[in-house]
Design a protein around this ligand. Structure first.
Ligand SMILES: NC(=O)c1ccc[n+]([C@@H]2O[C@H](COP(=O)([O-])OP(=O)(O)OC[C@H]3O[C@@H](n4cnc5c(N)ncnc54)[C@H](O)[C@@H]3O)[C@@H](O)[C@H]2O)c1
Length: 361
């Protein structure tokens, strides 16, 4: 591993004409990622299920005509392999997953099949496709064995053993990646990494059971925001923060295995807030007397406390978080105002945010 120190050196022009395969491209993070890649001149193929929410960011972002969007199930190995054979990607970013903790309690088998066998399928395709030089598996901060010890930020070498089926399936997805890396890629010109990101928020997330979408739905219906777990602490960060580091990992490790690794991607301590604090900030930034209520609904176990130690990405990539939590909340409110007033301007608003974020010196 090389210590870059100092300034972050990400140069998006690296992606110009690179063949990039993104799984989960119709999702919240995948859509933002594809928009960045398409803007950078990459040749992008996406592989995932249709977007399930209505509205959804993939449609609003208007990128399907600028990339090759393939609808398929990550559990369907033959279909996925055909895509690898035809597209011959150089970079693969694996985001497709069943990502909701509560849904994983309702559908544990589907969650494991998608998140674990799906990862095996993608890695098997990478193993069988010599064009791939850089692979990133996007997992989560929830992969760690979490005993709710207050103020304990997880480091990358701590035990992986998520509690609920979502978190645990992502721990398994990590382990699968570690085994593939050691077993098949030691002598291959292809770098393998994972990134464990904290809770991601931003404009355009319409998923159920996530706090920012709940805020936006409350605005649309004129009701109070319902907050289930106001005292849970989470490493909240703007969606562009982890995407920046995913792009950086894939770029730096392309042709340079010293950048391979398992990386936490989280905000600084000052930006790890409780969900109640987050919603307070949102209501202040939004104005219009928006209010929230505390309604714990006795749902299944979710960790009360979650923080990541982000010193490794700082040391390796010279990375620092760009938008603090207040900036992030303000951006989400700006995005939401565009969404409510003029949906056709969403692509422009996304590009404006991307430009501002990536060009910040
Ligand atoms: N949003 C967060 O706070 C967060 C935090 C940490 C990690 N992550 C991880 O980031 C990735 C993207 O999350 P997101 O927030 O964009 O979620 P999302 O639900 O918006 O997107 C998930 C994507 O995966 C695809 N998908 C789901 N099941 C599939 C299947 N069986 N076959 C093919 N495609 C399938 C969906 O079609 C969609 O494109 C996931 O791996 C998630 O675990 C998200």
């Amino acid at each position: 591993m090389e210590n870059m120190g100092g300034l972050n050196m990400l140069d998006l022009s690296f992606y110009k004409n690179k063949r990039v395969l993104v799984t989960g491209h119709t999702g919240f993070k995948g859509t933002w990622l594809c928009r960045i890649l398409v803007n950078a001149g990459a040749i992008v193929t996406g592989y995932s299920l249709e977007a399930i929410t209505n509205p959804n960011l993939f449609e609003l972002a208007d990128i399907s005509s600028k990339m090759n969007s393939i609808i398929g199930d990550i559990r369907d190995f033959d279909k996925l392999k055909k895509v690898f054979d035809e597209f011959q990607p150089e970079i693969v970013m694996h985001l497709a997953a069943q990502p909701i903790v509560r849904d994983s309690y309702k559908e544990p088998k589907y969650t494991y099949e998608t998140n674990v066998i799906g990862t095996v399928n993608v890695l098997e395709c990478v193993r069988l496709t010599s064009s791939v030089k850089s692979f990133l598996n996007v997992t989560t901060d929830k992969v760690y064995l979490n005993d709710d010890i207050p103020n304990h930020p997880f480091k990358e070498d701590e035990p992986l053993d998520g509690y609920d089926p979502y978190s645990n399936s992502k721990s398994c997805s990590e382990l699968v990646t570690h085994s593939y890396k050691k077993s098949f890629f030691k002598d291959r010109d292809c770098s393998i990494s994972t990134a464990r990101a904290g809770n991601v928020i931003g404009g355009g997330d319409f998923a159920n059971d996530r706090i920012i979408p709940d805020c936006v739905r409350a605005i649309e219906t004129g009701k109070d925001i319902i907050v289930r777990n106001p005292h849970s602490t989470r490493p909240y960060q703007h969606v562009l923060e982890p995407l920046y580091i995913y792009l950086e990992i894939c770029e730096k490790q392309y042709g340079n295995k010293s950048f391979e690794g398992y990386y936490n991607v989280g905000p600084d301590d000052c930006d790890c807030v409780t969900t109640g604090n987050l919603v307070d900030m949102f209501t202040i930034s939004w104005g219009n007397n928006l209010t929230w209520v505390n309604k714990f609904d006795g749902g299944p176990h979710e960790a009360a406390f979650l923080k990541l130690d982000n010193s490794k990405i700082k040391e390796v990539f010279g990375w620092t978080p760009r938008w603090h939590i207040n900036d992030t909340i303000n951006k989400i409110c700006e995005w939401t105002k565009v969404y409510l007033n003029d949906k056709k301007s969403i692509p422009l608003e996304m590009d404006r945010e991307i430009e501002e974020f990536f060009n910040r010196k």
